[in-house]
Design a protein around this ligand. Structure first.
Ligand SMILES: Nc1ncnc2c1ncn2[C@@H]1O[C@H](COP(=O)(O)OP(=O)(O)OP(=O)(O)O)[C@@H](O)[C@H]1O
Ligand SMILES: [Mg+2]
Length: 254
């Protein structure tokens, strides 16, 4: 779905990402996944997308990071229109921790560094923020343990342990925008809360986009966007949205 020549370089970093009046329909779908959506994300903010299944959260995250091109509307990183830049280059600026993260049959270390080894301190910092250091401490060969039981001395991790490895991978990437799309589906509510707290306090200048169904986890986001059937129906911080007494307040109190 990416079209046309892309002559512009990706901005070195950004002060803000702005999406204006985005419409997007999947090929063959009857109704748009997003319509008339506008959002603004400032550098260093923690932003959250919430809303029910199929409301458009993942689609919007993919559009903001340049993976999908909107049918109408524009996404800008500062003054640069993403339709004018190379998606491969843009991908190096964004780290996505997805629910369907990949489980590579490689050593724990390579599952985090993915060929971009930046040394021990970067590795350990990423693992610690994600809580993956605790997982790795229990492995027979630490970071050198093969994460695949089919190998001699290999180990298989649980869903929640893999999630921590995937989060460490996202943090290890030196990306400006960190998108966590329900990274914690395999975690219980308490573990998810702890993880989001770690992400928030260790963001270290990164801009963070959190997508989750557990509203208690996004309470401290700078701004929350509520999506409903492809529209943004509410936005603001937790207190503002609770006062608003709309869908957010309803879902939060459930
Ligand atoms: N690859 C696809 N092809 C066709 N339709 C899709 C595709 N991905 C999503 N959709 C549709 O687009 C709409 C928005 O989906 P999206 O995945 O963005 O929702 P979501 O808010 O992330 O949902 P969830 O909370 O379940 O992850 C839904 O109606 C969905 O069925
Ligand atoms: Mg989704």
């Amino acid at each position: 779905r990416l079209t046309g020549p892309r002559p512009l370089p990706v901005p070195g970093s950004f002060e803000r990402i702005t999406a204006e009046d985005i419409t997007f329909t999947y090929p063959g779908a009857e109704s748009p996944a997003l319509s008339g959506v506008s959002v603004e994300i400032k550098q260093g903010e923690v932003i959250a997308f919430v809303g029910e299944n199929g409301s458009g959260k993942t689609t919007l995250a993919k559009i903001l990071s340049g993976l999908y091109e909107p049918d109408t509307g524009t996404v800008r990183w500062d003054d640069t229109d993403l339709s004018q830049v190379s998606p491969e280059e843009l991908r190096t600026r964004t780290a996505v921790i997805a629910q369907d993260h990949t489980r590579w049959p490689l050593a724990a270390r390579y599952n985090i560094t993915m060929g971009t080894d930046r040394g021990e301190s970067a590795l350990h910092a990423a693992a610690t923020v994600a809580g993956a250091d605790e997982v790795i401490a229990e492995l027979p060969h630490g970071y050198r343990t093969l994460l695949d039981r089919r190998f001699k001395d290999g180990c298989e991790l649980s869903g929640g342990q893999w999630q921590r490895i995937a989060v460490a991978r996202g943090f290890h990437r030196d990306a400006d925008l960190l998108i966590c799309d329900e990274p914690t589906a395999a975690l219980d509510a308490r573990a998810e809360h702890a993880l989001f707290e770690r992400i928030r306090t260790h963001a270290d200048g990164r801009t963070v986009l959190l997508i989750t169904h557990r509203l208690a986890s996004v309470r401290y986001a700078d701004r929350i966007y509520v999506l409903d059937h492809g529209h943004i129906t509410e936005q603001g911080d937790h207190d503002t949205l609770m006062t608003h007494n709309g869908l957010y307040a309803e879902l939060y109190t459930l």
